[in-house]
Unconditional design. Structure first.
Length: 169
């Protein structure tokens, strides 16, 4: 990759996962039969696991040559953490997010007017938004263009105790 470490870190923060191609074994937790990983390609083998392994990208099991999730069958309930030594990174993935990486490295990705609230051509007056509105516009533009690549967070809600709370478990 020809991008700076800062650009790659900012992209990983936005996307919610790592896509670096470093060669090393990485440890991941198993959450409800799913291992949320960085981007990888190729086959998956897990030590001491003989069940079915399904590869997915943000929950979608087909359509890409790279993946960031490993879905295990119900025999994975005894697994807590796993160490994976996979083929990390993907050139196809980096090509697909090239516009995002270019934007993060130069800040010029269709956001030229993100902070503009009004523009008058005749006298050439431009009114700018405050920094919060500008940030919201940039976030909206990134989400519109790269929402397929952004991992949705898992949100768990905990409610207060109820009189008959045993019915909910």
């Amino acid at each position: 990759m020809s991008y700076t470490l800062r650009t790659i870190r900012r992209a990983a923060q936005i996307l919610g996962y790592n896509f670096c191609d470093t060669i090393d074994a990485r440890d991941y937790s198993v959450v409800d039969g799913t291992i949320y990983t960085g981007v990888f390609t190729g086959d998956v083998t897990i030590a001491n696991y003989t069940g079915t392994i399904t590869k997915a990208f943000n929950g979608k099991t087909s359509g890409t040559d790279y993946y960031n999730e490993i879905i295990l069958d119900c025999s994975s309930r005894y697994l807590d953490t796993v160490s994976l030594d996979l083929s990390w990174g993907s050139d196809d993935f980096v090509c697909e997010i090239k516009d995002l990486l270019d934007y993060l490295s130069t800040d010029t990705f269709d956001v030229d007017y993100a902070g503009v609230s009004s523009k008058k051509i005749e006298d050439f007056t431009i009114s700018l938004k405050d920094s919060e509105a500008t940030t919201d516009d940039k976030s909206r533009i990134i989400n519109e263009n790269f929402s397929f690549y952004i991992r949705r967070p898992l949100i768990v809600s905990v409610s207060k105790e109820n009189r008959h709370d045993e019915r909910y478990f």
